[in-house]
Design a protein around this ligand. Structure first.
Ligand code: SF4
Ligand code: SF4
Length: 76
């Protein structure tokens, strides 16, 4: 689990996203043990569809920073 979390954070392109707010977070909001950002609350565009993690982990949502992890948005 920790290895997967590290992989997601390393590949995450959130810091280049127009919605990104710098507050010391690492991104990876799609990951179940990370989830929502504590500082991003405005949806100004989401680049998750272009992130390698989306394809790698078959993700079907976006705006994980404001709407919660893939699992949460899938109602799991
Ligand atoms: S899919 Fe989005 S939240 Fe998940 S790692 Fe990529 S850019 Fe970050
Ligand atoms: S989850 Fe999407 S909207 Fe939020 S910072 Fe990452 S790329 Fe941007």
């Amino acid at each position: 689990m920790e290895e997967r979390r590290r992989m997601v954070v390393d590949l995450c392109v959130c810091p280049g996203c127009p919605s990104w707010v710098e507050c010391g977070e690492e991104g990876g909001f799609c990951f179940p043990t990370i989830g929502r950002s504590s500082c991003i609350d405005e949806e100004s565009g989401c680049i998750c569809p272009s992130c390698p993690v989306t394809e790698k982990m078959n993700l079907n949502h976006d705006y994980y920073c404001t709407r919660g992890s893939e699992e949460e948005q899938s109602g799991m």
